[in-house]
Design a protein around this ligand. Sequence first.
Ligand code: NAD
Length: 377
Amino acid sequence: MKNIFEFGDCLGPDKIIHIYDHDSGLKAIVVVDNVACGPAMGGVRMAPDVTTEEVFRLARAMTLKNAAADLSHGGGKAAILSNPKVSAAKKEILMRAFGRAIKDITDYIPGPDMGTDEACMAWVREETGRAIGLPATIGGIPLDEVGATGYGLSVVADVASNFCHIDLIGAKFVIQGTGSVGLHAAKFLTAQGAILIGATDSQGTLFNSNGIDVTQLTKLKGKKKSVLDYTDGDKLSRDAIIDIPCDIWIPAARPDVIRADNVHRLKTKLVIQGANIPFTAKAEQICHDRNILVIPDFIANAGGVICGAVEYGGGNQEIAFQTIEEKIRKNITLMLENVVQTDKLPRQIAIEMAEQRIRRATAYRSKSHGAGLQLIA
Ligand SMILES: NC(=O)c1ccc[n+]([C@@H]2O[C@H](COP(=O)([O-])OP(=O)(O)OC[C@H]3O[C@@H](n4cnc5c(N)ncnc54)[C@H](O)[C@@H]3O)[C@@H](O)[C@H]2O)c1
């Protein structure tokens, strides 16, 4: 195993905690990466094979995402090493044991992630007194149901389209992945006048240059069917989504789907990253060189965590959507103005913006609190 102190740099991690509880069978990892801006916020992933390194990388991504969104929260992440398909009773035992174990780690606020949901967060909150992504009946805002992240992507499209001279009314877009993020993004974008012409899921690609009815597609997906069951359109292979000429290309599925070996197939002007790390660093550089504007994941898909922060502060859905609109619009504009002035990669500018905010927050902290201003200034 890698020496865990090797992860350390000027931002963190503040703490790496391994938890074992014999009675419940709980094995968990918590990484509190950086708390300069406030208590760390980040999801709890349930999967059997998550490593400490992966949890650290996910926690670091949250540090940057939360700082870039100007939230009063640092970044953290947790993993429970278990098959997420265990029975509901066993899941409750594991989540409650996890909650009891992290009760005193008060600078970490858990939320849902792959393998955990709002019920899990309700159990954790009962044990710890803190969690986001709670069921609506106990004050939560169900972010996947309301489409917080997809809404954020539509705000990004509104701002970024001006920078690459796309008229959103009539703009053609595709979504790779028709889950919560992809379908909600499609709903909000078509409300702005854009036209969905391609959509994938794990089974394949649906293509219709005249437009796909998003309401009908959402109903179909709600019945656990595939995009290939939509009647009106061509049925193509899963990867064919990469070749569809369009104005806006939205990855909303898996990591590393666009790499140096397939990036040349993209025929688009704007990429809005709904998924986490959907492009490799090399692919982003090639897009930049080809004048394709790529809005990086941690700026574009921050709608979910902004919604979580509003929920944690006691706000409702209306306030959450106003906050997502305000923060994402301001951030994207600032980032793109910098890109135009410097010709740096959008991701590089976004990282610099996030680090600058962390640095400013660090200046208010006592030197005894770990990552110091002098180290990252
Ligand atoms: N849910 C959120 O609020 C949120 C917030 C930030 C980032 N993200 C990221 O966005 C991505 C999607 O999240 P989600 O909540 O919509 O997930 P989801 O599970 O609801 O949907 C994923 C979709 O991707 C499809 N898919 C899976 N493998 C595929 C493949 N190889 N090619 C094409 N499609 C494939 C699935 O069929 C499904 O339609 C993930 O990377 C997630 O980490 C989600």
